[in-house]
Design a protein. Structure first.
Length: 80
């Protein structure tokens, strides 16, 4: 399951989820949004926190799939 689908199914906000998995900075919710979409690669320590926070519903493989989908779409367009 992807993180966005899980988060929405649980009624969790971007900000709440970002705080729970340890994302910090100027705009943690926006950072999480970029990780969810695959636009940015989530650090491994936070990927582990996602798996724990979601009780295994969202795995490392799910996060990798999000990144792969983003790269396939966006990098292919950039190379065309």
């Amino acid at each position: 399951m992807n993180l966005t689908a899980w988060r929405k199914s649980q009624g969790k906000s971007l900000a709440e989820t970002a705080a729970a998995i340890g994302i910090v900075g100027a705009n943690p919710a926006r950072s999480l949004q970029r990780y969810e979409s695959g636009e940015r690669v989530m650090p491994a320590v936070q990927q582990a926190a996602v798996e724990t926070f979601t009780n295994g519903a969202v795995t490392f493989n799910d996060m990798f799939a999000a990144r792969l989908a983003w790269e396939t779409t966006n990098l292919a367009e950039a190379q065309s």
